[in-house]
Ligand binder design. Structure first.
Ligand SMILES: *Cc1c(COP(=O)(O)O)cnc(C)c1O
Length: 217
C-alpha cells in the first residue's frame, strides 16, 4: 500500500480509494493515515457510509446512477464520475438546485472494446453539449472525463483505450471548455491497469482491491 501511495504522490495523481463492499475498519485505517477521497458505486451503501463515517470524507460516486436516486446523494457527493447520459445530467442539475449547490461531474465514455453497458460516445456528448439548453445547467460543473479499459492482459489494447479517453478530453476541451480551467480531469486506472493509465495522462485513479484486498461478495 505504501508503494502505491508513494507512486501516486510522486506523479501528482489523485487516489480515489474504492471502498465499495469494504468494512468501515478498512476505510478508517486509511482515513487515519490522512486519506480523504473514497469511491462507492451503489447509492444505498454510499448514503449509509456517509451517515456513519467522518464528515470530512470526500465521497466520489463511480457507479451507474438511476435518475430516481440522484436526490439521495446530491447534498453531499464530492464528484460524480459516472455521468453516462444527458438525462442523468439534467437530473443532477435539478437536484443540485434543490440542494443549493453546484455538483462537480465527469462524463463517462465507453472506450473499451468489450461490451460494457454504460458510457457515452463522443458523438452523443457533442450533441448535447452543443445545445443551448446545456449552458443553462447552472447547478452542475463538468470537470472532465472518466472511462474504463477492457479487462485484458493485452497492455497495448488497454493503453490504446486510455489514449482514446485522453483524446476525448482534448477534443471537448478545445471545442467547448477552453476557457474553463477546471475542465481537466481524466479519471482512469484501476487496480490492474493504473500504472498504464498514469503513463497515458490519468489525473485520478480509482483503486479498490489492490488497496483493501478482496471485496466481500
Ligand atoms: C470497483 C470499481 C473500481 C475499482 O476496481 P478494483 O479492480 O478493485 O481496483 C474502479 N472503478 C469502478 C467504476 C468500479 O466500479
Amino acid at each position: 500500500m505504501d508503494d502505491i501511495l508513494r507512486t501516486l504522490n510522486e506523479k501528482g495523481v489523485k487516489l480515489i480509494a474504492v471502498s465499495k463492499k469494504q468494512p468501515d475498519e478498512k476505510i478508517l485505517s486509511l482515513y487515519e493515515r490522512g486519506h480523504r477521497a473514497f469511491g462507492e458505486n451503489r447509492v444505498q451503501e454510499f448514503q449509509e457510509k456517509f451517515e456513519r463515517l467522518p464528515k470530512d470524507i470526500e465521497w466520489h460516486m463511480i457507479g451507474h446512477l438511476q435518475t430516481n436516486k440522484v436526490k439521495y446523494i446530491a447534498p453531499f457527493v464530492h464528484l460524480i464520475h459516472s455521468v453516462d447520459s444527458y438525462r442523468i445530467l439534467k437530473e443532477i442539475n435539478k437536484q443540485g438546485k434543490n440542494a443549493n449547490r453546484v455538483i462537480p461531474c465527469l462524463l463517462q465514455f465507453k472506450v473499451a472494446e468489450e461490451d460494457t453497458k454504460y458510457g457515452l460516445t463522443l458523438d452523443e456528448a457533442l450533441s448535447f453539449i452543443g445545445q443551448a439548453e446545456f449552458s443553462q445547467l447552472t447547478h452542475i460543473e463538468i470537470r472532465g472525463v472518466m472511462g474504463m479499459a477492457t479487462y485484458t492482459d493485452d497492455e497495448n489494447q488497454v493503453r490504446a483505450e486510455f489514449r482514446k479517453l485522453h483524446a476525448i478530453l482534448e477534443t471537448l476541451k478545445s471545442k467547448y471548455f477552453s476557457s474553463q480551467d477546471s475542465f481537466r480531469e481524466i479519471s482512469m486506472g484501476m487496480s490492474g491497469d493504473y500504472l498504464i493509465a498514469i503513463e497515458e495522462g490519468s489525473t485520478m485513479v480509482r483503486i479498490g482491491s489492490l488497496l483493501f484486498g478482496d471485496r466481500k461478495q
